[in-house]
Design a protein around this ligand. Sequence first.
Ligand SMILES: Cc1cc2nc3c(=O)[nH]c(=O)nc-3n(C[C@H](O)[C@H](O)[C@H](O)COP(=O)(O)OP(=O)(O)OC[C@H]3O[C@@H](n4cnc5c(N)ncnc54)[C@H](O)[C@@H]3O)c2cc1C
Length: 524
Amino acid sequence: MTSRWNGRGQDRTTVVMGAGPGGLATGYWLAKHGIDVTVLERAPVVGGLARTVERDGFRFDLGGHRWFSKVDEVNDFYKEVIADETIWVHRISRIYFDGKYIDYPLRIGNALAAIGPIKAAQAMADYARVRLAGRLQPRPIVSMEDAYVDQYGRTLYELFFERYSEKVWGRPCAEMSGDWVNQRTKGMSLLTAVKDAIIPSKGTVQSLIDSFMYPRYGYGRLSERMAEGVCAAGNEVRLNSGVSKVLRRGNHITGVVTTDAAGREETIEAAQFVSSIPLTLLCQIMEPAAPAEVIAASKALTFRNVITVNLMLDREKVTDDTWLYVHDRNILFGRLHEPKNWSVDMVPDQSKTSIVAEYFCSFGDAVWNMSDDELVEQTARHLSDDLGFISRNEVLGGFAVRCPRAYPSYTLGYEGPLNTLKSFIDSFDNLQIIGRYGTFRYNNADHSVETGLLAAKNILGESHDLDRVNADQEYHEIKRLKPAPVQLNGNGKHAANGHGENGHAVAAANLVTVAERDAAGVGE
Ligand SMILES: Cc1cc2nc3c(=O)[nH]c(=O)nc-3n(C[C@H](O)[C@H](O)[C@H](O)COP(=O)(O)OP(=O)(O)OC[C@H]3O[C@@H](n4cnc5c(N)ncnc54)[C@H](O)[C@@H]3O)c2cc1C
């Protein structure tokens, strides 16, 4: 769908809804170019899903957030904002399943070795069968299950993709759209990966996932520094200012109404409007109300919540991992990370560490209904009794952070309602939508920043189609570039290539990188 946005007039005064990475990127860029901009945020802090929470000197992201973008301008923007606070983090990630650990991204030799020769042979035979059937009698790919089985065969799907995906999405893969998988794995060939693991590839493909940039005091610093930039130019980031109404005259937005914590309302007018608040909510709070079919479509889209449980620990270290993906169904969280492995500045002193466990859940389900104390207790129990990582007496304290609507759910048939909402929004001449839930697209923070920057550039007179961001069918984490120099991470360790120095291991890692997001089930 091509954006029909054409709001380039004389008056460029802008209201931005939401102060996550997307909204703040718009605010920062406009402020830098001398435009009056007001960023409205419902929460008492900036950063949205990408904020960092501090407790007793420990710092916690809402699930570890690493910076990665394939777009040079977006990386340059990150560097401009974070400047001296950036560090490089060397990445080591694993999957825990059935009591075993497997390298992550999946590397074919390692994965097949872990499942044993019989299962490995079955997996390869299965895969060959699927490839052959695909050639002789191609069948449509509708669901997430179809897409995984088509690409990896049933054995590998059941081993590495099914359980985790169902943890993340809370429903069988047969009920989820294949779009999510297709978007991330198009072009993936297991055979090529196997071949590449045996015969070294030539060329200059480098994976950007072996190490990544990160703000040393937590990812939330990106948003905090953008907010500082907005304010330094004399503009406002208004906290505790939830947008409760969006006022329109036909297909023109005239203003928004904010409601503060005490219930006081205020109307703010502007010439241009950029929204990163949930697309469904945006359509529901229009005044006069959006057409009935738009309201109905907004209620048909669903999402998944995340609760992060943060434990502060009286021990030096728990794991070497950047992330650990936990597939086992008896362990309720899906992923954990140890912030100190990302940056030593995430703990108050180096004799301590911490763990963040991510629980994927929905309103009203058993996990969402657990109290914060129960979640802390449950997490400590899993870490000590099930994983053997800690002793219970090392837990200094813990707390939970609830993130409603963290993942737009691509359930079967989601495209219809989504297109209805986007057509409605597209009809406005001075409204742009950006970000993750703002566009109901599975955007990472860099995509949110990119859409935010492009929205600002449109207001400045350029012409960009925001729908094209994160819409290419190519995998995101591979980029051709010159060999990267050796970098240091926050721990002062050398971040040489984590997948070995030899070319074939690097290339194989690149190829199987496409399997990574699948195995994770999430794009982060
Ligand atoms: C567990 C987890 C791990 C992740 N890891 C990574 C990672 O490693 N790398 C990466 O790039 N991305 C990662 N992401 C994704 C990243 O968090 C999001 O892409 C990014 O935060 C989206 O930014 P945004 O500005 O679009 O939206 P948000 O961050 O959701 O910000 C939207 C803002 O709008 C505000 N808002 C909502 N309603 C209103 C209203 N009515 N009025 C005013 N304000 C309102 C919200 O409070 C929020 O601050 C991860 C996400 C999760 C959940």
